[in-house]
Ligand binder design. Structure first.
Ligand SMILES: [Zn+2]
Ligand SMILES: [Zn+2]
Length: 76
């Protein structure tokens, strides 16, 4: 898994939001909401050393979206 790129997000955008019922015809913003509990909200967490941000359902903790962040250390 590589760190997320602009191209990755643009691809995800074309596929549409995860919001139930969103036809994705009237907006160009990707909403990373969960399908399981749409009104529950999400939490985003980063665990030390993981290099990964996980956005999960606030209610059932099911992962909604996750991405790696790039290191500024060039030797990595
Ligand atoms: Zn949409
Ligand atoms: Zn849920």
């Amino acid at each position: 898994m590589d760190p997320l790129t602009v191209e990755d997000m643009e691809r995800a955008l074309v596929m549409g939001c995860q919001v139930p019922g969103c036809t994705h015809e009237n907006h160009d913003t990707l909403y990373l909401d969960q399908r399981c509990h749409p009104k529950a909200g999400v939490s985003a967490r980063y665990t030390k050393g993981s290099g990964k941000v996980v956005i999960e359902c606030f209610r059932c903790k099911k992962p909604v979206f996750e991405f790696l962040v790039a290191s500024s250390n060039q030797q990595n």
